[in-house]
Design a protein around this ligand. Sequence first.
Ligand SMILES: Nc1nc2c(ncn2[C@@H]2O[C@H](COP(=O)(O)OP(=O)(O)OP(=O)(O)O)[C@@H](O)[C@H]2O)c(=O)[nH]1
Ligand SMILES: [Zn+2]
Length: 307
Amino acid sequence: MKALVIRSTGSWYTVISHDNQKIECRLKGKLRLKGYHSTNPVVVGDMVTLEKSESADYVIKEVYDRKNQMVRLSPRHKHMKHVIAANIDMAILLVTISKPRTSTGFIDRYLVVAEEFSVPVTIVFNKIDLLKEKEHKKLDEIIERYSNCGYPCLKTSAAKNTGIDEVKKIIKGKICLISGYSGVGKSTIINAIYPELNIKTAEISKQTGKGKHTTTYAEMHQMPFGGYLIDTPGTKEFALPEIDPRTLSHHFPEMVPYLQYCKFNNCNHVNEPDCAVKDAVSDGQIDFNRYESYLSMLSELQLKNLY
Ligand SMILES: Nc1nc2c(ncn2[C@@H]2O[C@H](COP(=O)(O)OP(=O)(O)OP(=O)(O)O)[C@@H](O)[C@H]2O)c(=O)[nH]1
Ligand SMILES: [Zn+2]
């Protein structure tokens, strides 16, 4: 029987079968070995085949090939991959200008990772109800920066239900991952999109003094208008996967049109003469903040490659 994985706690999986039944199951022993290079061989979004075990419970027998996946380095074992979710049509990066302030460096890293795994990203700026006039201006500048790079941007207030219809429109019928710092409102916006879900938000978990998420695994929610939203635990850092530093500029869509005009075809766009990317930065065609993010990720990847 074919099924879709919607929740994983590491040893137990919740799947939805083709006839819309929710089933709790485990992995067949042998399967566990296959994902040795990642901390989790079966993830939310995976299509799997189930079979009945001797004790009449269902077990996951086989995992279908993935269309794509979002990966970060394991929070506990830095050399291991942690796959966040598989078979994603798009991602929403939820960002707040304040409470908490999301750094643009983090946005840029996330976008590079998403480019690496071919996941289209829409940046959604939440908590706009909290912004003062000056911050609204800053937000508009940031939106202009990312729109110019080709990333769609939306503004929302999940608390005040502003901009939610626009979000619904873009996610309809898709499998959409929601990422962002802890506290930006991921659970709140999912509740605003689909109130009947009533998932717990930070306010509730604060009473226990514990984070809402006891694990580092994602959860997928079926939407009544078609599609799925994947809620993920908040991430503070987003480690870069193995990317060849020479290809990093291809992960910046706004740099791509210039690459062919650099004098050297192995140009790193740092100190080389006649670099079309640097010229575009000087002319203001490429945003300087984005270029700085590029430089910082480049040196990080170059350093990694030395070892
Ligand atoms: N003022 C305001 N507060 C919001 C908005 N969206 C969410 N919040 C509040 O922000 C806090 C964090 O929201 P959550 O939805 O729990 O955040 P999260 O991103 O799911 O956090 P983690 O589960 O830790 O990753 C809660 O107190 C929400 O009520 C908004 O648009 N405006
Ligand atoms: Zn160059």
